[in-house]
Design a protein around this ligand. Structure first.
Ligand code: ADP
Length: 835
């Protein structure tokens, strides 16, 4: 349909052009025709002018011959060789009549001439031959007849009008063409002297003037030229008139010729015309061809443009689609990974193993999604490099943690050498820098079955403008890259050595992204590899220096960081704190709730910005986690509104953005919008706990960051408060009593135990279980409970289990007492209770 329409438009287009060109051609044709006619007419005139000249020449000759003949006869008469009568006789023939005149002009012999012929005779008597035309009579030629030196007679010859018109007349051309007519015009009498047959009936006879049409113009032309011709279609469209005066006479020879016959003679003009038209036709064809190909090309380029636009649109749609998937895929993945985290915490044995597999598959999926998203963002030009101030050591620390863990899992050694002189405070895109480095290191681990990965960080001299070039060298002892594969290495979706790498997960996007990002950061990447031995990837990226304080001994710092990690193994608790989590997705709320469950933080939830605003208007929260993408009112707008609520109990509460959108510069964007921090979804338990710990008021955090073996919290305040009706005084009193009695209770239990009095021991340990719980000693209470149960089993259970139960009591009694001691210590520190 579209195609048909296009063809129709195209044809109309072509037809339109054709018509325009045709019209132009017609105009040119007309102009050319008139020009051609003009020039043809000039050519015709020129050609005819020459004919006039020839005509005059011929007539002149004829007259000369006539005079010569007459003179010859005159000479014979003068010499008396013939008689005058014979002479006259000899020159007479049909309409040509001879005669001899005396000196008075009187006829002696032959023809008698009209009276006016005497004048002519008088002139001839002076010795000059003459010729003259007499209307209604004819042409008279006279020559003198001498006697000695004197003229005695005049010999004359009359060509009557009829004889002149006679084809056999000497004054008619023997070779005259049929279409040609000749007149003689006498300038003296201003008359046509020798008209041709039917002259007055001819198409150019002007009856009014008794002369040929156009004669006046012709004579006018002859005034200034020896010979002339005219062709004026206005006067006579069919005939050309040409003339030339006959020398030594008063006559003008005038010829008429049909225009067409003249033109036929001017073949070169015809040829020119033919050529011109031929050329025009060729031009026309060329034009049509040009217009056609042009049109086709235009059509094609339109089609190409449309296809390109279509492709661009499709590509844009693809990029938009992928970008939107960021939110859509990450959200459920967040839920899956979060839930899985909970399973991992609770589960044991096989279930834990399965959950771990889910985690690793989920994380792989997440990294693939991230790669695809990053790549689509780079392709659509939406990826931006956002320079921020950052600490290189913290980036390297993250890198170390990530890579070291993975390398460790594979049994690879991971070495890291960082030049201690590199400045730590730099400005650059920390996120992308980390991504690039981690990509290369992950590949090194991925493609190294055994051996080691060595990561070296150097900086290439501080240049001007406070910039330096960071150099990251990743060496592995892996499978290496074939020389011929190196070119393909950085192409998108390109994986090498497929046979060998069959079992290694990957999309072939990692290096393509790495290269693009490196280039976007004005950096470069190079690779050096020996197949089968290993590869070395070197990345160089310029960064700005913020401060010149050197990074120092990084390895030591890594160790310190690692210790800190260990320190953090156990999560803190903050039972008195309240956190509000806002997310339109219930699942996400559940995930956060579950992840923070162990911290005993009170989690409150809201599913919209509006609900959030209602809650913070009434209650105080220590932290608000606010999802970015929510229908109606998004996180940013919610925060902005919250900031305007000056009397809200959450005026000083930190707001942390929670979003699945982890694109470049997002953190900065959230900070600029007034958020205190930013947390990317899917949230992992450790990061979330870190964040909560960072923003909770320190006084609400209990036993955070202490070694679990010695200092995990023994007294759970909320439990204690529950048992003493939320009366702080009462709680302290109970606690004090409990601590004071420790020694006595310990002694009592030990006595029971040494006496193997398990029945009493069971009773006493039962009491300890209850009192411990009432002061919040949950762990001690549980330990006591276990001992009590073993005691009961010993006393009342089957005989064969007695020994086991006793052993359990003996083995775990000490632990319970240790917990009691710790509780007392804690009471001393936390509640200033002396034992
Ligand atoms: P992938 O997702 O397949 O790892 P990359 O773009 O990161 O994609 O890498 C492209 C290909 O380059 C890999 O499939 C692998 O064949 C090769 N490659 C990358 N790094 C290394 C390395 N350190 N040693 C050997 N081969 C490598």
């Amino acid at each position: 349909m579209k195609q048909d329409k296009r063809i129709l438009t195209f044809t109309l287009h072509l037809l339109g052009r054709f018509m325009i060109f045709f019209a132009i051609l017609l105009l040119i044709g007309f102009a050319l025709q008139s020009k051609m006619n003009d020039s043809l007419n000039r050519e015709v005139e020129k050609f005819s002018t020459h004919q006039g000249e020839t005509l005059a020449f011929v007539y002149h000759n004829l007259l000369q011959t006539e005079i010569a003949e007459l003179s010859k006869t005159a000479a014979l008469i003068a010499a008396e060789k013939i008689t005058p009568a014979n002479g006259v006789q000899s020159i007479s023939d049909k309409g040509q009549l001879g005669g001899l005149l005396d000196i008075h002009g009187q006829s002696i012999w032959g023809v008698a001439l009209p009276a006016e012929a005497r004048l002519q005779c008088a002139r001839t008597l002076q010795g000059e031959p003459s010729w003259r035309y007499y209307k209604d009579v004819g042409l008279v030629v006279m020559v003198p007849v001498y006697q000695g030196n004197t003229v005695r007679y005049v010999l004359c010859k009359l060509h009557t009008n009829s004889s002149l018109r006679d084809k056999s007349s000497p004054f008619q051309f023997a070779d005259k063409k049929d279409e040609e007519n000749i007149l003689l015009y006498d300038t003296r009498t201003q008359q046509v002297v020798v008209p041709f047959e039917n002259y007055t009936d001819s198409p150019f006879y002007d009856a009014d003037k008794d002369s040929p049409l156009g004669l006046d113009q012709l004579l006018a032309k002859l005034d200034s030229a020896q010979e002339a011709a005219i062709f004026d279609p206005k006067i006579n469209a069919d005939y050309v008139l040409y003339a030339s005066p006959i020398p030594d006479t008063n006559f003008i020879a005038i010829g008429y010729r049909e225009w067409r016959s003249v033109v036929t003679g001017i073949t070169n003009i015809h040829l020119i015309v033919l050529w011109v038209f031929g050329l025009l036709v060729v031009l026309f064809c060329v034009f049509i061809l040009y217009a056609f190909t042009n049109q086709v090309a235009a059509e094609e380029s339109t089609a190409l443009r449309e296809a390109r636009d279509e492709a661009l649109r499709a590509n844009q749609a693809k990029s938009d689609f992928l970008a939107n998937m960021s939110h859509e895929i990450r959200t459920p993945l967040n839920a899956i990974l979060g839930m899985n985290e909970m399973i991992m915490r609770e589960a044991s044995g096989k279930l834990k193993k399965y959950a771990f597999n889910v985690k690793s598959a989920g994380e792989t999926l997440l990294s693939i999604i991230n790669d695809i998203l990053d790549f689509s963002k780079i392709e659509s030009g939406k990826m931006e490099i956002v320079p921020v101030s950052y600490s290189l050591s913290s980036v390297l620390n993250d890198v170390y943690n990530m890579v070291n863990y993975k390398a460790g899992q594979k049994g690879l050694a991971f070495h890291m050498n960082v030049d201690p002189d590199i400045p730590d405070a730099l400005i650059g895109d920390e996120v992308r820098l980390r991504q690039v480095v981690v990509n290369i290191l992950n590949n090194a681990v991925k493609y190294t079955p055994n051996g080691s990965v060595t990561f070296t960080v150097k900086s290439q001299g501080t240049a001007e403008n406070d910039t330096l070039e960071l150099e990251f060298i990743t060496q592995d002892t892996g499978i290496g890259i074939r020389e011929e594969d190196k070119e393909k290495l950085f192409a998108k979706f390109q994986r090498l050595d497929i046979e060998k790498n069959r079992n290694i997960e990957g999309t072939g996007l990692g290096l393509a992204i790495t290269v693009k990002l490196t280039e976007m950061m004005q950096g470069s990447i190079s690779v050096d590899s020996i197949y089968g031995e290993g590869s070395t990837f070197t990345i160089r990226i310029p960064q700005q220096v913020e401060k010149y304080d050197p990074i120092g001994d990084f390895n030591t710092r890594i160790e310190a960081a690692l210790r800190e990690e260990e320190h953090y193994q156990e999560s803190f608790t903050a039972p008195q704190s309240h956190i509000l989590v806002v997310d339109d997705n219930d699942m996400n709320l559940t995930v956060v709730e579950s992840l923070l469950e162990k911290t005993r933080v009170h989690i409150h939830t809201a599913t919209s910005g509006k609900e959030c605003l209602q809650l913070i208007a009434q209650n105080h929260y220590d932290i608000v986690f606010l999802d970015h993408m929510m229908p109606e009112m998004d996180g940013i707008e919610t925060l902005q509104r919250a900031k305007t609520m000056t009397d809200s109990p959450c005026q000083h509460t930190p707001f942390i953005a929670l979003t699945a959108n982890a694109v470049a510069g997002v953190k900065e964007m959230f900070l600029a919008k007034g958020f205190n921090d930013y947390l990317a979804k899917p949230v992992d338990g450790k990061t979330l706990e870190h964040m909560v710990q960072k923003y909770l008021p320190p006084e609400k955090i209990e036993a955070a960051g202490e070694n679990p073996s010695t200092t995990s919290q023994q007294i759970d305040l909320p439990t204690a408060m529950q048992y003493c009706g939320n009366d702080e005084e009462m709680q302290k009193k109970f606690l004090s009593m409990f601590v004071t009695r420790r020694e006595a209770v310990t002694k009592l239990l030990e006595k029971d135990l040494t006496a193997d009095n398990i029945a009493d021991y069971t009773t006493h340990v039962h009491a300890l279980k209850s009192t411990a719980l009432s002061i919040g000693g949950v762990k001690l209470s549980e330990a006591a409970k276990a001992l009590e149960m073993a005691g009961h089993a010993y006393c009342d259970g089957p005989e064969e289990e007695k020994a086991d139960n006793l052993q359990y009591i003996k083995e775990h009694h000490g632990e319970a007492m240790e917990l009691y001691a710790k509780l007392a210590d804690e009471a001393k520190v936390r509640f200033s209770i002396q034992s």
